[in-house]
Design a binder for this molecule. Structure first.
Ligand SMILES: [Zn+2]
Length: 445
C-alpha cells in the first residue's frame, strides 16, 4: 500500500520544520497503545466465491458469498464471520438446507448456526445472500476508502467515470463480503460479477470467462488458485483499455482510460522490465497468471491486490512529464509487493515491515538497476534514512516490529516504510551481494 507520494513526503518531513523540544518532553508526549492481537477463530477458511451485481443508485453490491471452510476444533456448531454495514437475507449449506443466522451490526459479526457438529476432518460450504450498504459519512472518513467505492458522474463533474473499486487493507474487505478478515488465514477465491456494457470487471487471478447476457449485461468470472490473505481480494469495475506487455509468457497489463492510451504506454513502459528484474533477482518467477495494474478515480496511491494492483489515475502522465518524473516508484513498489506481501504475507499487522519495508527497498533496488548506484544512494538510501531521522527527531518512535498499535491502519508509518527500508540496506551492506540475494531467495522459498 502506498498513500499518495505527496502525502508521504509531507508526513515524513513535516516534523523538520518544528522547533526541537527537549528529549525528556518529547518522550513524555508519546503514549504507547495497548497491545493488539489477531482474534482467534475456530475454522480454516479455504475458498470464497462471490457472485455480485451492483445497484448504482443506492451504491450497493448485491451478493452471494459461498464460503468453504474446515473446523480447526472438534464439534464446530457455529461459524462467525466478519461482516460490516451489511443486510443479510439468508444463509444455507451448499446442499440448499437453510441455516439459522444472527447479524450483530455493532460487532460487525455474522454468526451462522450449523445444522450439526462438524469435525476437523470435514469441509463444509456456507452460502450467504446479502447486500452491502455505504457506511454513514462520519464512519467513511475514518475508513480511508476502505470497502466498496462507487464513482459516478456528478452535476459539477459530468465527465466523471463510472467505476466501482474496493480497498481491503488493512481490514476493510468485510465491508463488501463476509469473511475472516485478518491476514493469517489464506483463501483461494473467485469473483463472478455482472455489469452493464461497456463496463469491465478486473479482479484477481485468471479471467475464466466473459459472457454476454440477453439483457445487455456481461458476466466476468475471475479465479485465483494461489492461496492469499483476505485483504488482497479486489474488484474494479469500469471502462478501460489495456496496455499489454509480457514477461516469460505472463501477460503484464496496465488498464487505463480510453483517452489516455498513449500516456498509459509511456507511464507503464518499464513495467515488464520490472517484472523481469524482480523475478531474476529473487529467483522466484512472478507467481500468478497475469499482472495487472488498473488506474481508478479518487484512489489515494497504490494497493498491491494480488495479481491485480489498484493505482491512482493521477499516475498516468504524458511524454513531456516523463522527462521530469516517472511513476516508477509507485509501479515498482506495488509490483514488489506481489512477492513481499502477497506471495509471503505478514501473519499479523505487527510485522507489516515484511510487506512495506521490503516493497520500499525493492522499489529502491529498481532505481539502482534503472538509474544507477549514485541515484539509488542519493534518492533512496539517503531519503529513507532522513525520513526516519525526522520521525525520531519529532518524537515519533517505535520498534519496527510492535504489538502496540492503536488500530491496524496505524502501523503504516515511517517505521513500516523507510525505517525498515534503511535496515534492509544495512543488512545488504553487511551480508554482501551474494549472501543478501541468497537470503532473499531463502526467505521467499
Ligand atoms: Zn506498500
Amino acid at each position: 500500500l502506498v498513500f499518495t507520494l505527496i502525502t508521504i513526503g509531507t508526513r515524513f518531513t513535516a516534523g523538520q520544520a518544528n522547533q526541537p523540544t527537549p528529549a525528556v518532553a518529547r518522550r513524555a508526549q508519546q503514549t504507547v497503545p495497548a497491545p493488539q492481537y489477531i482474534p482467534p477463530h475456530d475454522y480454516d477458511q479455504r475458498n470464497i466465491r462471490l457472485d455480485l451485481k451492483f445497484d448504482w443508485e443506492h451504491e450497493q453490491a448485491i451478493g452471494l458469498a459461498t464460503i468453504t471452510l474446515a473446523p480447526t476444533v472438534k464439534d464446530l456448531r457455529r461459524v462467525d464471520f466478519d461482516a460490516a454495514y451489511m443486510t443479510i437475507s439468508g444463509a444455507t449449506l451448499s446442499s440448499g438446507s437453510t441455516l439459522k443466522w444472527d447479524y450483530d451490526a455493532s460487532k460487525e459479526r455474522l454468526s451462522v448456526q450449523l445444522d450439526r457438529a462438524y469435525q476437523p476432518t470435514e469441509e463444509l460450504t456456507v452460502v450467504i445472500s446479502y447486500h452491502t450498504n455505504q457506511p454513514p459519512p462520519e464512519k467513511r472518513a475514518g475508513l480511508g476508502g476502505g470497502g466498496l467505492n462507487f464513482i459516478k458522474p456528478r452535476p459539477d463533474e459530468p465527465t466523471r467515470p463510472r467505476q466501482v473499486w474496493s480497498q481491503g487493507e488493512a481490514e476493510s474487505n468485510h465491508l463488501w463480503f463476509p469473511s475472516f478478515d485478518h491476514p493469517n488465514d489464506f483463501i483461494t477465491s473467485e469473483i463472478v460479477a455482472t455489469v452493464e456494457k461497456p463496463l469491465r470487471v478486473i479482479s484477481n487471478g485468471k479471467l475464466i470467462s466473459a459472457k454476454d447476457n440477453p439483457d445487455g449485461t456481461r458476466t466476468f468470472d475471475w479465479k485465483i488458485d494461489e492461496p492469499h490473505a483476505t485483504y488482497l481480494t479486489s474488484i474494479i469495475v469500469g471502462e478501460f483499455v489495456p496496455v499489454v506487455g509480457e514477461y516469460a509468457g505472463v501477460p503484464i497489463i496496465t488498464n487505463v482510460y480510453r483517452n489516455e492510451l498513449e500516456e498509459g504506454k509511456i507511464t507503464a513502459a518499464r513495467l515488464p522490465d520490472m517484472v523481469k528484474f524482480f523475478s531474476e533477482k529473487t529467483g522466484v518467477k512472478y507467481p500468478y497468471a497475469k499482472y495487472a495494474q488498473t488506474t481508478v478515480r479518487d484512489f489515494g496511491g497504490g494497493m498491491e491486490n494480488i495479481s491485480a494492483t489498484t493505482q491512482t489515475d493521477n499516475m498516468i502522465h504524458d511524454a513531456r512529464t516523463e522527462l521530469d518524473s516517472t511513476a516508477d516508484s509507485l509501479e515498482s513498489h506495488e509490483l514488489a509487493h506481489q512477492w513481499f506481501g502477497d506471495y509471503v504475507t505478514c501473519r499479523s499487522w505487527s510485522d507489516i515491515w515484511l510487506n512495506e519495508s521490503f516493497a520500499t527497498y525493492f522499489q529502491a533496488l529498481w532505481d539502482e538497476h534503472s538509474l544507477g548506484h549514485d541515484d539509488f544512494l542519493y534518492l533512496d538510501v539517503r531519503g529513507n534514512q532522513e525520513s526516519y531521522y525526522a520521525a525520531w527527531a519529532r518524537g515519533q518512535r517505535r520498534p519496527i516490529v510492535t504489538k502496540n498499535y492503536a488500530n491496524p491502519d496505524a502501523v503504516f508509518d515511517t517505521y513500516a516504510y523507510p525505517r525498515g527500508g534503511a535496515v534492509l540496506h544495512m543488512l545488504r551492506t553487511f551480508l554482501g551481494e551474494d549472501n543478501w540475494w541468497r537470503s532473499i531467495n531463502h526467505y521467499l522459498t
